[in-house]
Ligand binder design. Structure first.
Ligand SMILES: N[C@@H](CCC(=O)N[C@@H](CS)C(=O)NCC(=O)O)C(=O)O
Length: 196
């Protein structure tokens, strides 16, 4: 298995987390986004979106962090990380949807703007408004539950973790989200959970 990633990328971090939790060996190809290596013609043949992460395995090429999580969970995670019963699978997938909508367009893009000065998808204020929607949804769920989708950790938690953790880098303090802070710690305490 080969993972194309960048060190700063929260989406790459999601895939690294699941591979580490499941103890799956893989080779890393680290791209330097500041040198636009993800826009090289060679890489665009692998991912026409010109983004990391991308996973290659057994002839399959999978781009998008959510798709990578689904692939790894189904291949290596048994029933635990992505169950296949209709209702439970859907409950997990709704959090992957949050990760690729409000979390990406709010928390991820506000962080990118703050750290890299790139504001291609709205202002800091707009990013904060969308990002706070994501954090409120997470916070509300965690008021009565330890994990996002089910009563144990799943790829829902992995998908939502990185940009919730880095919200302060997007200038969103987590003080107003105490259950989210506890959940971040709970995630990091899982055996094998890798540092950023
Ligand atoms: N929805 C995609 C988003 C991927 C994405 O935004 N990747 C960033 C790094 S975290 C990237 O490669 N950005 C390239 C760019 O901004 O030009 C996913 O979940 O994988």
């Amino acid at each position: 298995m080969k993972l194309y990633l960048s060190q700063i990328s929260g989406n790459s971090h999601k895939v690294r987390i699941l591979l580490a939790l499941l103890n799956v060996a893989y080779d890393k190809v680290v791209l330097d986004l500041s040198k636009h290596e993800h826009k090289n013609p060679e890489f665009l043949k692998i991912n026409p979106r010109g983004e990391v992460p991308v996973l290659e395995d057994d002839g399959a090429v999978i781009w998008d962090s959510g798709a990578c999580l689904v692939y790894i969970a189904r291949k290596h995670g048994g029933e635990r990380w992505l169950p296949i019963a209709p209702a439970t699978m859907a409950e997990v997938m709704q959090w992957l949807a949050l990760a690729s909508s409000e979390i990406q367009f709010g928390l991820q893009y506000a962080r990118r703007g703050v750290l890299q000065g790139r504001w291609t998808a709205g202002t800091l204020e707009q990013g904060h408004a969308i990002g706070r929607t994501a954090l409120s949804v997470i916070e509300q769920r965690l008021q009565k539950n330890d994990w996002l989708a089910l009563d144990h950790p799943t790829i829902a938690d992995v998908a939502c973790f990185p940009y919730a953790e880095t919200a302060p880098e997007a200038k969103i303090a987590l003080d107003s989200y105490p259950n989210t802070v506890k959940w971040l710690e709970r995630c990091k305490a899982l055996p094998g959970w890798p540092a950023r």
